[in-house]
Design a protein around this ligand. Sequence first.
Ligand SMILES: [Zn+2]
Length: 332
Amino acid sequence: MHATSTQQVEALARGELPPLEQVRDDVWCLAQPMPGGHLAYSLTYLLRGADAGVHVVDPGWDSDANWDRLTAALAAVAPDGAVTGITGTHLHPDHVGMAARLRRASGAPLAMHGVERAALERHHTRLLDPDEVTARLDGWDVPRERRDELARFVDRSPAGLGPAVDRTLTDGDVLPVPGFRTVVMGTPGHTGGHICLRDDDRGLLYTGDHVLPTVFAGVGLGGATPSNPVADYVASIDSVRRYGHYEALPGHGHRFTGLGERAEESADHQLKRAREVEVVLETLGEPTVWDLASRLTWTAGWEGLQGFQLLSALSQTEMHRDFVRAGTRPAP
Ligand SMILES: [Zn+2]
């Protein structure tokens, strides 16, 4: 993997926000700060069409400061142009939190994958559905004294965004940007309706949170899906690897080449975790999710996991357990 933006890498190292950057003719990248967590910002992409209008991919976290940053960037790249469309790679608020505001202000339609739209409309975008919190925590065998800490994270989805989705995207669709041919690639795993976008003319692949340069994305972080998110993720990595020679424009961090290699590392990360889970299952047979998770290695250490991190860890452990039990894993 090779970083292709010195400005973004230097800003990351200094803990600063990279400046608005032109990526190609008519393509810009804007960093939008986001609160909390280990990632300082998400990356918004601006595509200026042949009609001088701008199509916005992932407008970012919703805040007044980010709104000002976005409008300033739009004025800089297209002084006479209007926002003509908005596309969300997936339903997380650091990507589409500001989509509803931008849609209201500009009148531009918002497009997302149908699975994301459905998840937003069902309010099923959380790790813990309010109707099933107790059952889920019971099922995982979470100790009583740790339950309140997890139950606080019931709703993390952008409110009211479901009805704001004007157009449902599916694999193979082309974004309506004059002068561009940007193709939608369905890449479920991180969320059930996650998409990447591919621009063959410019050799660019917008990867959202599917493949990231500085961290490995979690899986199964959208609404409940009928299929296993780990299996979905590994399959989706295969579809991206075919374009491994494209420059990656990710949702966080910095743009890079070596996408094929990074995609493979990302799938391996999930498969290694599955192997670790398999070893514990071979020893313990039928451990509870809590017991299983406590025997795995965690960056923060098992004892250090708290709140949302702990909730996410338990949820990922359950998915990996189900993935191993389903036996659909490719041979190592
Ligand atoms: Zn995400």
